[in-house]
Ligand binder design. Sequence first.
Ligand code: GLU
Length: 470
Amino acid sequence: MTIRTRFAPSPTGYLHIGGARVALFSWLYARKHAGTFILRIEDTDLERSTAESVNAILEGMTWLGLDYDEGPFYQTKRFDRYKEVIAQLLQEGKAYHCYCSKDELTAMRESQMARKEKPRYDGRCRHRQGPAPAGVQPVVRFKNPLDGNVVINDVVRGKVVIANSELDDLIIARSDGTPTYNFTVVVDDFDMKITHVIRGDDHLNNTPRQINMLNAMGASIPVYAHAPMILAEDGVKLSKRVHGESASVMAYRDAGYLPEALLNYLARLGWSHGDQEIFTLEELIQLFDITDINHSASSINKSKLLWVNQHYIKSAAPEHLARHLTHHFTKLNIDPTQGPDIVEVIKVQQERCKTLVEMAQASACFYRPLDGYNPDDVKKHFSVDLVPAFSLLREKFAALTDWQKEPLHQALKDTAEELGLKLGKIAQPVRIAVTGGSVSPSIDVTLYLIGRDATLVRLDKAIAYLGANA
Ligand code: GLU
């Protein structure tokens, strides 16, 4: 049997990291078994679905590198097929028209509640006799089995048994003929030959109805794995309403995380393999199994995610980081082709930064003019006494034939010696003069990356500043 899994987001917002995690699980499972991973956009809720959100989902999947073998399929493009199945179920007596008015349904609910019964549709139109009421556009309801149980052998949750007496006859087509959510999921899972449904456990309630409909259609029942939700650090379920954009995959990109770090972190959130924390994608594909997904919800731990990210930044090939760092430079209005080679910059920064945002900010001084000095650093390290040292250094720098780390270091050393100063006494002020602050890679590397022209301009500015202010 070929394993076929799917990710089926509703495009009503950004790609949520909870969604990304089940997408990852579905993707890993398909890849592990050389199966097929399908992307299906569940956009039948026309009021809440937006093209923007579809784009955000596609962008998120691309950024994460979760490539799909089939799709994206759009449910809104499959209405003819849903109509066909509805007609078939009606014809086979597995569904029926329901003409109950809103008032009738309200009265039904109220009397059930008065009798302390669970409100549910009582199936009265199953047996409606005679001609259809004039002027009423009926809905179509699925004939849920009246007896017996639905058994879900959920891979994560274990055996879940629901009595059919708990379920009522679900509306599968509205009075305007449009299909409803649970029904479209079922038709798609059937048509797309899904073997494993891996999704959030907020859908567990839908599963018994979906199994009944699949049975009615003569479909084989997929394996279900309902993964627990992700909680925010405060232990509350991560949601757009409470946590805003911070739950979106792209918010993590914008905060400077690498996709492989986020994937590694999401895989480990609620799944484990001994004490191992860092997994390559190949390892995840090999080791991941849906049977090992934890039963209980896990909370996001930002400091651990940061640690994972730092690991990936440190160990990534600089050429690989370049593509991601460029995104962050662009957000700072920096064109990294106008300045030092981005790969050289990354090589010196990747040991020093936990996020790519940090790296872009710390590297901005290599690409664009300074917009001032850090006042605390000025207070601590700048004084007018530095003018002779800066002037001499400027002279030596201007005369250097080779703008490389070694000669730059030598020029600094010679300047210090000639003026009877310790190297440290001038290195830090020079760093502030050329970067604006007191934190940067080693001074010779910093100067090398800034380049001769910008270094000379910045030293001139610092000399003028010292004369005027210090
Ligand atoms: N469209 C559903 C959602 O976005 C997922 C449905 C499913 O996986 O069966 O939550």
